[in-house]
Design a protein around this ligand. Structure first.
Ligand code: NAG
Ligand code: NAG
Ligand code: NAG
Length: 309
């Protein structure tokens, strides 16, 4: 089952779970991997089983799932992030059995720019990451509109891509980002800069963590030790964190397998707590199957869109 769930009326403090509404469900069971929102409020969706970027209008009475662009020489799309107004970075790759192996073909990973500022979107290949066998989430770098960070789930690395030149370098590498177990385990999955830290989930290690960063002329670098802020229950549920997004209050809305959206937030003493925000972390799949990413909608009504597969 695939759905984009929609959570209504997000309050300032959360304790109860939010109601959800199904926005769109793929009739063919397309594996939706990542989600972004355009300034016009339309959503962009990637699939690990399709080379085509899709869009849907969540405000339409009869939502349709429309093709935007099919990337050449690709079978899978992963992270997508808006790094300049209406300009997005997208991860593309070639893969066989991606859902079983969690690996794409060596040499096939590329980062593309999709620019919606003209009437027809313009897609341009920016860089390859030849050593990678899986780039998962992407992050923008606030204040640095030419930089994007990319999470390598197998090598446990956050790369920095300069979107204007195609230069790629390792920004942060840490054991806390590594899979920590033999393949097909996934290490770092989602990553997002908030304030002066890079926050990330590690799927196999079951952690939500942050590392202080500095952004200088040479780019993004680690500026302190990794701090784990949340862990999945060792013997319970949820058992895996996926991608996430921050709200204006500095709280992280984290997709969690099976079947939940988890809110992680700092307490006044600095410790982080977590609450189930939507769905069922016990795995009844009543709302979500295995949600993969999440984004806030644009506009006055606070809605959060959850991409699921
Ligand atoms: C919704 O859109 C689909 C596909 O275009 C169409 O087949 C269907 O009739 C539409 N339904 C309504 C209620 O407009
Ligand atoms: C397609 O990708 C492969 C690597 O997976 C590469 O060797 C080949 O040159 C690419 N072809 C084109 C047309 O880009
Ligand atoms: C912070 O407060 C929470 C809730 O009262 C408590 O469980 C936790 O142990 C506290 N952490 C520290 C470091 O004092």
């Amino acid at each position: 089952m695939i759905q984009v769930g929609l959570i209504l009326s997000i309050a300032a403090t959360v304790i109860a779970t939010f109601p959800t509404k199904l926005v769109y469900q793929s009739p063919t069971g397309l594996f939706l991997e990542n989600i972004a929102v355009r300034p016009c409020s339309k959503l962009l969706l990637t699939s690990a089983l399709s080379p085509t970027l899709h869009t849907l209008d969540p405000n339409s009475a009869n939502t349709t799932f429309d093709e935007v662009y099919s990337f050449p020489n690709a079978t899978a799309l992963f992270g997508i992030i808006e790094y300049q107004p209406d300009v997005f970075a997208v991860v593309t790759a070639n893969a066989q059995n991606i859902l079983q192996t969690h690996r794409v073909n060596l040499g096939s990973v590329a980062i593309w720019r999709v620019d919606f500022r003209s009437k027809t979107p313009i897609a341009t290949r920016i860089a390859g990451i030849p050593q990678s066998t899986l780039i998962n989430g992407l992050s923008s770098v606030p204040g640095h509109p030419n930089l994007v960070l990319a999470a390598d789930s197998n090598l446990g690395v956050a790369y920095e891509i300069t979107m204007s030149t195609g230069a790629v370098r390792i920004a942060v590498q840490d054991a806390a980002m590594a899979p920590g177990a033999p393949a097909p385990a996934l290490g770092i999955n989602g990553l997002h800069i908030h304030g002066s830290a890079l926050y990330f989930t590690n799927s196999q290690q079951g952690t939500f963590a942050r590392v202080p960063i500095a952004v200088e002329s040479k780019g993004v670098s680690k500026a302190g030790a990794v701090q784990v802020l949340g862990t999945v229950e060792p013997s319970g549920l949820p058992h895996r964190y996926d991608d996430f997004t921050f709200d204006a209050d500095g709280r992280a809305w984290v997709t969690a397998h099976p079947g939940a959206l988890t809110l992680l937030y700092p307490l006044t003493n600095g410790t982080w707590a977590q609450e189930n925000a939507a769905g069922d972390p016990e795995g009844s799949y009543a709302v979500f199957m295995e949600p993969t990413s999440v984004v806030f909608g644009r506009g006055v009504n606070k809605k959060i869109f959850v991409c699921d597969h």
